[in-house]
Design a protein around this ligand. Structure first.
Ligand code: PHE
Length: 487
């Protein structure tokens, strides 16, 4: 029997949940600030409407039309395109190996928050006591027990959330989407009522229009949009394949994409208002306290929590619950997409595939729990998002755009949907997005020829980056060659 969502709401929430993740809180606000503040909203919205939403519609249409997970859906366009689908799932797999580790840190910090056990020196604590970070990626050191415990908890939670596929996911997302939203609103209100908040928000949003002349700002907007919408990992294709025959596509794609963008924008208010407060308290200018990524979540935020006048323990706990609930539905969407592909191709039992997937990803993830783990996490993250994801986005546009009738697919989507898209969609998929993504990939390749990513040793860059991409390509071909064992 084919898996099906119980309701339209379940599908929309699952897709939103996949899109909204840690990136909305710790990536978007910072990128916005660093790329022209309020002026960045222009390239961001352009990227959203010319690439993000069109690709979302494409992925929804493919999944729904072919009623199959990513590899098989692409394989129905042309048999060998199945390889691209497997590659997309493998990139997603690569991401969840470390995404679960970051969630593991959140579990540990949730425990620490109860007593604000990170102490006064949050930076020192995170790097030297919690991670016990080594000198560089080539010094792996040993595995950190608490992090492994957090990682195991993450995986148990992820597998539980997808236990019966869309049936379970459809229920879980009611919580994992609404809880972080509620907490986020609490943080926005708390943030903007703190002294200094306005200063912080000025930093976030004061437009610097001259930045728009820099092409890198535009490239950043596009890559942020892809990453944030969880496009190019086969997730949205797979989720759409669980829709009943009669289901809307275009309206849902807009809904999901706009909800994600709005959450990122609002996330910036929670982050920058509190950064303004922090700046005021510490006497430093705002640009000295801004942070993103793990630094924001595990160093800056704990410091701010220490400084809060009342209820700091509660806010500390809420903050990590927010991160965990933000992350979980992104993480399990990658797993569900991967597991659905394997299950379909090899006609395997769902439970076995899920557990097998989790165990393998957990074991690989142990690398990131070592003293050198953060470096590897950083390298793999960069390569998965800047090469893996981009290759998929590019090829997906080109292969479907030129080897399939986009017009037909557009008519199909329009017939299904509350409102219609026009020929502009074909233009975005066939020309605009591939051109922009090609630029993105080329500019990254040039950067990497000039210097190793993050100035890491070339060998580490090779092992965590290029080699991984090559292994994924080969594995994708091997998976494609396997016989399809249909039920
Ligand atoms: N879209 C999610 C976010 O914004 C993250 C994510 C990226 C999840 C890539 C899966 C794959 O955080």
């Amino acid at each position: 029997m084919r898996d099906i969502w119980q309701s339209r709401t379940s599908f929309v929430l699952a897709s939103i949940g996949s899109a909204i993740g840690l990136g909305n809180i710790w990536r978007f606000p910072y990128i916005c600030y660093a790329n022209g503040g309020g002026a960045f909203l222009i390239p961001y919205l352009v990227a959203l409407f010319t690439a993000g939403i069109p690709l979302m519609i494409l992925e929804f249409s493919l999944g729904h039309y072919f009623e199959a997970p990513a590899p098989m859906a692409l394989g129905k366009v042309r048999k060998p395109f199945e390889i691209l689908g497997w590659f997309a799932l493998l990139v997603g797999f690569g991401i969840c190996t470390y995404y679960a580790v970051v969630m593991g840190w959140c579990f540990d910090y949730l425990g620490l928050a109860v007593k604000k056990a990170w102490g006064e020196h949050t930076q020192e604590f995170f790097f030297n006591e919690f991670l016990k970070i080594s000198q560089g990626p080539l010094m792996l050191g040993s595995i950190r027990g608490w992090i492994v415990l957090g990682l195991v908890l993450s995986w148990i939670w992820i597998i539980a959330c997808i236990w019966k596929g869309p049936t379970t996911v459809g229920k879980v997302v009611y919580f994992t989407v609404t809880i972080p939203w509620i907490i986020l609103i609490i943080f926005v209100i708390r943030g903007i009522t703190l002294p200094g908040a306005i200063e912080g928000l000025k930093f976030y949003l004061t437009p610097n229009f001259s930045k728009l002349l820099d092409y890198k700002v535009w490239l950043n907007a596009y890559s942020q949009v892809f990453f944030s919408l969880t496009i190019g990992f086969g997730v949205q294709i797979t989720y759409a394949s669980f829709l009943p025959k009669k289901a809307d596509i275009v309206n849902n794609a807009f809904l999901v994409s706009l909800a994600d963008a709005a959450t990122a924008f609002i996330g910036g208010f929670a982050v920058f208002s509190t950064l303004g407060y922090y700046a005021l308290k510490s006497g430093l200018p705002v640009d000295k306290v801004v942070a993103s990524g793990p630094q924001l979540a595990f160093v800056t935020y704990p410091t701010i929590i220490n400084l809060l006048p009342i209820g700091s323990v509660i806010f500390g706990i809420l903050f990590f619950i927010m991160l965990l609930t933000l992350g979980i539905d992104s993480a399990f969407s990658l797993v569900e997409a991967g597991a659905a592909g394997i299950k379909e191709k090899f006609n395997l039992n769902r439970t076995k595939v899920n557990i097998g997937f989790g165990v393998i990803a957990l074991v690989i993830g142990l690398i990131y729990t070592t003293n050198g783990g953060l470096y590897w996490l950083d390298i793999v993250d960069y390569f998965m998002n800047n090469f893996g994801l981009m290759i998929v986005a590019l090829l997906q546009c080109v292969l479907v755009g030129y080897f399939y009738s986009l017009k037909e697919l557009r008519h199909y989507a329009n017939n299904q949907s509350d409102f219609s898209i026009g020929i502009w969609w074909d233009f975005c998929i066939k020309i605009l997005t591939p051109v922009v993504v090609l630029f993105l990939v080329l500019s990254n390749i040039i950067d990497r020829i000039k210097t190793a990513y993050g100035n890491y040793p070339r060998i580490a860059e090779f092992l965590g980056g290029w080699l991984l991409v090559i292994i994924f390509i080969i594995t994708a071909i091997i998976l494609y060659k396997q016989k399809h064992r249909s039920a």
